[in-house]
Design a protein around this ligand. Structure first.
Ligand code: SAM
Ligand code: SF4
Length: 349
């Protein structure tokens, strides 16, 4: 863990008294909302082949998601990223997005998807007011796509991207996980494709959140290594000035003016010091970190029977408790690091 990964001792600006501020001064303004644990793919770095899923009645309903998001927005959450599992598998997703967009104080509602169902749903999501679209695409060769995803579907992802662009989504991001020995051949084709199509490409380091526990430090193809390959085989890149320090990606523009690329390096260059994120799993558990080993049971609170209770007040207290308990950093690589019990698809990336 480098010093740069540690949070500053005090926050730089004075947050409002109601804000979700942790012990290290980090102000939490972003909520990752997982809407399902189901998926159309079985990516090696995320899900097991024989995944089992929560019964539907254990997942938060739209009303329950909105209730937690409303309280979070009152406490200063300004952006929500809808994720999963594969969020486009959730029935009526556009309706939920429209309700999130309409929350007082909400500035951005984004979605991360594997893109397989995007061609059918892009129009509805655009009309619902979705501000931003991230599509995960690790490979442009069918063989590598299928080795990573353990299912087919590349053509459908490409069709979904084309449709999203046609409908009017701007600044579409492509997320590509880099794994040593698996995805090197895809780096240059992905860069060429994104430069041509006007998509912003971001490489993400492989994190120890896979259900199969195959992660090892040796498999982490670092952002620096990917950048070196790009500079050697595609062209020079120039750093973009950072406008939002809480953004995990370090972005670059290709020096020839055609396109951009970003690197999310949670393993080789942790950005915990600037983390502003909270997470709500599809089954209603609040988490303060991907690597958290503790959860707060928002669903239990929402469905609590018995004596009347100020549920919104109790949710606000729960959100604050969750933020207060946040650790300084995720600790990957530290001697006492423990992989969380849940894999990525059960948390929401
Ligand atoms: N199914 C959607 C998708 O794939 O975009 C949304 C959920 S997925 C869990 C969100 C993001 O997490 C994807 O970009 C995926 O590539 C990334 N991801 C999953 N497991 C990962 C891991 N072990 N390390 C790094 N990124 C991971
Ligand atoms: Fe599904 Fe996304 Fe996980 Fe791949 S990364 S298995 S698409 S949830």
């Amino acid at each position: 863990m480098t010093d740069a990964s540690l949070p500053p001792a005090v926050s730089q600006t004075m947050p409002p008294a109601s804000a979700l501020v942790d012990r290290f001064g980090r102000v939490h303004t972003d909520l990752r909302l997982s809407v399902t644990d189901r998926c159309t793919l079985r990516c090696t770095y995320c899900m097991p082949l024989d995944a089992t899923f929560r019964p539907r009645e254990e997942l938060l309903t739209d009303d329950e998601c909105i209730r937690v998001a409303t309280v979070a927005a009152r406490l200063g959450v300004r952006s929500i990223r809808v994720t999963g599992g594969e969020p486009l598998l959730r029935p009526g997703l556009a309706g939920l997005v429209a309700r999130l967009v309409a929350l007082p104080g909400m500035e951005e509602v984004a979605l991360t998807t594997n893109g397989l169902l995007l061609a059918q749903q892009a129009e509805g999501l655009f009309a619902a007011g979705l501000s931003r679209l991230n599509v995960s695409l690790d490979a442009l060769s069918e063989e590598v796509f299928e080795r990573v995803a353990r299912a087919g579907g590349l053509e459908r992802v490409l069709a979904g991207l084309a449709e999203a662009k046609r409908i009017g989504f701007r600044a579409i991001r492509i997320n590509a996980v880099s794994i040593r020995g698996l995805t090197e051949s895809e780096i240059v084709p992905l860069a060429s494709f994104c430069r041509r199509e006007g998509f912003h490409l971001r490489f993400i380091e492989f994190m120890p959140l896979d259900a199969d526990s195959t992660w090892s430090n040796e498999k982490v193809l670092s952002g620096a290594e990917v950048r070196e390959i790009l500079e050697r085989e595609v062209g020079a890149v120039l750093p973009r000035p950072r406008t939002d320090p809480s953004q995990p990606a370090v972005d670059f523009d290709f020096a020839d003016g055609a396109g951009s690329v970003g690197f999310i390096d949670p393993v080789s260059a942790p950005f915990c010091g600037q983390c502003d994120r909270l997470r709500l799993t599809a089954d209603g558990q609040l988490r303060n970190c991907l690597f958290s080993t503790v959860e707060w049971d928002a669903r239990g609170l929402l469905r609590r029977g018995g004596a009347p209770l100020d549920i919104d007040g109790a949710l606000a207290t729960m959100l604050r408790d969750c933020v207060q308990a946040k650790h300084a950093a995720h600790g990957i690589g530290a001697a006492d690091f423990h992989k969380p019990q849940r894999a990525m698809y059960q948390i929401g990336g």
